[in-house]
Write a protein that binds this ligand. Structure first.
Ligand code: FCB
Length: 425
């Protein structure tokens, strides 16, 4: 008889969100301004609606309890907290403090992201991550937050996906601030390295025992033609520029070209490896493509579960530290294969023998997916944007069962996974 169940081997489950994607409300941020320009967001939606989480914290906490999660990764909306340069909003910080108090009282451990693609508009107008004082400004914000919320949180992510943030906004120009310059992209990455190190040190100066890391977006760059040296070279170069050099700089202060040392000493700047993993990249020469005849999600991203363990193995080789999967998930509006996706990725992790301690599923609920708007459905909880009604999807039930039991039972497999199948492109 085939054995389909497996133990999670101690991996604790949680769900992840980001402030701009779920809170709703009109906030004076880079994303509100960007989304207000017709044509910038696929369906014309803006973060103003989203999941109205700002007003529904209690209801959403009930849902988190329903999902049996032990961990919750949430973001802060910097524009709410610091609406003007150097002016910090007591009510905004109180709001987050209340939310964190409720989470802790419910036995759910928060992991808080300080920067998740979102800037106050005043910072954006000052040039944002290109401003020569960006690191000082980000550190000042970090200090205020950690001093106010540090009694409730001791696990932090400084910056979410610095590589995606820099390339989408400054190289491809499809996210704010909409620039297309390799030079500026590298400059922003350099700021991310320096800001992270400064934020890491600031948090530790206030909370010596805090656990601090970066949520890195990591991909597996694979050559399209296994025997073509050009494809191999392209894959190597892309992996180095998109993630390799950045990860080493932000984790160990190992600075390699094209980055500059700028006073950063070699050291340890991560207490865990944060991994956001979604999809591999297939490289032909110096261009990317999606392989034919592979499993894909609603956005056309290839689903490749083995990749998550391969990525983690590389991190473990750079530096052995606890691994937190800070995001992994899929756009599946029909909830047709999300359970299989969960099963396959968690199985790869649980059987890897690596020190994977946490898995935060992206996302808790459906949410505003940046320039893709409200269309993609990443939630374990389905959201009706018009009525703001929430409903736990079947994959959410499967997730809750795994989180409760610490394993996938045979029964859970036959109930939720056996009939869940990927769709090919
Ligand atoms: C990641 C982002 C997250 C979400 C998922 C789908 O790149 O960190 O905010 O948009 O992709």
């Amino acid at each position: 008889m085939a054995v389909n169940g497996f133990s999670l081997n101690g991996i604790e489950l949680g769900v992840a969100t980001a402030a701009t994607q779920i809170e709703g409300g009109r906030v004076d941020s880079n994303w509100q301004h960007w989304a207000d320009v017709p044509g910038n967001v696929a369906d014309g939606s803006t973060p103003e609606r989203a999941a109205d989480h700002w007003n529904r914290v209690d209801q959403d906490l009930e849902l988190l309890l329903d999902l049996n999660v032990k961990h919750y990764r949430m973001g802060l909306e910097w524009a709410r907290i610091e609406p003007e340069p150097g002016v910090f909003s007591g009510p905004a910080l109180d709001h987050y403090a209340d939310e964190l108090t409720e989470l802790c009282a419910s036995g759910i451990k928060p992991l808080v992201t300080l920067h998740h693609f979102n800037n106050p508009w005043w910072f954006e107008e000052l040039g944002g991550f290109e401003n020569p004082n960006a690191v000082t400004i980000l550190t000042r914000y970090t200090r205020q937050v950690v001093e106010r919320l540090g009694g409730l949180v001791d696990e932090w992510i400084t910056i979410n996906e610095p590589n995606v943030y820099a390339t989408q906004g400054w190289y491809f120009g499809v996210w704010p601030p909409g620039k297309k310059s390799l030079k500026d992209t590298l400059k922003v990455m350099q700021t991310c390295i320096e800001a992270h190190v400064a934020m890491y040190n600031t948090i530790h100066s206030i909370q010596p025992d805090a656990k601090v890391g970066v949520a890195h977006h990591l991909r597996l760059f694979r050559p399209a033609r296994k025997t073509n040296p050009l494809d191999w070279a392209g894959a190597r170069a892309m992996a180095y520029l998109f993630q390799g050099a950045l990860v080493k700089a932000m984790t160990l202060g190992e600075i390699r070209p094209p980055f500059k040392r700028n006073g950063i000493e070699p050291g340890q700047y991560a207490d865990f490896h944060g991994v956001n993993y979604y999809t591999p990249n297939i490289v032909r020469g110096f261009t990317e493509e999606v392989a034919p005849n592979v499993a894909v999600n609603d956005l056309g991203w290839e689903i490749y579960p083995a990749g998550i363990a391969q990525i983690c193995r590389r991190l473990d080789e750079i530096f052995p530290a606890p691994i937190y999967i800070t995001e992994n998930g899929t756009a599946d509006a029909a909830d047709a294969w999300r359970s299989r996706f969960l099963y396959d990725h968690l199985k790869a992790l649980a059987e890897s023998g690596l020190p994977v301690k946490r898995y935060y599923h992206w996302c808790f609920t459906d949410n505003w997916e940046w320039v893709e708007g409200e269309e993609p459905r990443f939630g374990l909880v389905e959201l009706d944007y018009d009525t703001q009604e929430r409903r736990v999807r079947d994959s959410g039930r499967f997730f809750a069962d795994m989180s409760w039991k610490g394993e996938v039972t045979e029964e859970a497999y036959s109930r939720w996974v056996a009939n869940s199948h990927y769709r090919k492109n």
